[in-house]
Design a protein around this ligand. Structure first.
Ligand code: 6PG
Length: 250
């Protein structure tokens, strides 16, 4: 069974960030009302950065932040102090600006020189935080994703081993073109979420967005195509520039 897919077209990047911020607050309010907490996986990249900045500036009074648990969809294989760290980016733009208890922040221990060990440790963190049995998969309330110019999502890059993973929750993924390992949630986790939101902005994403949403190439070539929550909602937030090669009418 496949869940709902929604394409939300916004005129400008600023409209896109506002719409995505509204969705975060809505998803959080619903989750806290229904289950007493909100679990969100953050993304790296420049597009989410603007969203975090907007939420921090405008929404600090909108939520009981002590009921929000922050995780990461992926991480670069660097220490948390590194300028490439997704944790550091989120800390600087949003987490340090809101009254979030330190105990609610679950970062990937990517300072471990062994990326596979970091992935295993993070899998254990997820199992504990979501009280999972050995074969259960966490159900995030919201996973935020950017989309790379090659169609990657989280750190699931085209034609990499992590795309085949069926049982692990988190893996280290060697990305030859970056000459680096990334640590990433796997497709079973992305596709078990209640909501997944892609944020795609800018003309440089137009061709790949067309390929992902309308093209016939296999998912191994454009991994964002493989993100299809089976019983959740998938929302594509796209601005006019990113949507400019889509065939469907605005
Ligand atoms: C990362 C990511 C990655 C990112 C996309 C889009 O750590 O880089 O999590 O998946 O979200 O590459 O990045 P931009 O928004 O910068 O294009």
């Amino acid at each position: 069974m496949s869940g709902l897919v929604e394409l939300r077209r916004l005129a400008t990047p600023q409209d896109l960030f506002q719409a995505a911020a509204d969705e975060v607050i809505l998803a959080a309010s619903e989750a806290i009302q229904q289950r007493g907490r909100f679990t969100i996986a953050l993304s790296g990249g420049s597009t989410p950065r603007s969203l975090y900045t907007l939420i921090a500036a405008n929404a600090s009074a909108s939520l009981p932040w002590d009921k929000v648990l922050f995780f990461w969809g992926d991480e670069r294989h660097v220490p948390p102090t590194d300028s490439d760290s997704n944790y550091r980016m989120a800390f600087e733009t949003i987490l340090s600006k809101l009254p979030v208890p330190a105990a609610n922040i679950f970062r990937v221990p990517a300072e471990n020189p062994d990326a596979s060990a970091a992935a295993e440790a993070y899998e254990l963190t997820l199992r504990k935080s979501f009280s999972l049995g050995p074969v259960e998969v966490p159900r995030f309330d919201l996973i935020l994703l950017g989309m790379g110019p090659d169609g990657h999502a989280a750190s699931l890059f085209p034609e990499t081993a992590a795309l085949q993973e069926k049982s692990r929750l988190v893996v280290a993924n060697w990305v030859e073109k970056l000459h680096a390992s990334r640590i990433t949630l796997t497709l079973p986790v992305l596709n078990a979420a209640r909501r997944v939101a892609f944020l795609v902005s800018g003309a440089d994403k137009a061709t790949v967005l067309h390929e992902v949403l309308e093209g016939k190439a296999p998912g191994e070539k454009y991994p964002s195509k493989l993100v299809r929550p089976s019983e959740g909602k998938l929302i594509w937030f796209v601005d006019r520039a990113a949507a400019s090669e889509l065939s469907t009418a605005a």
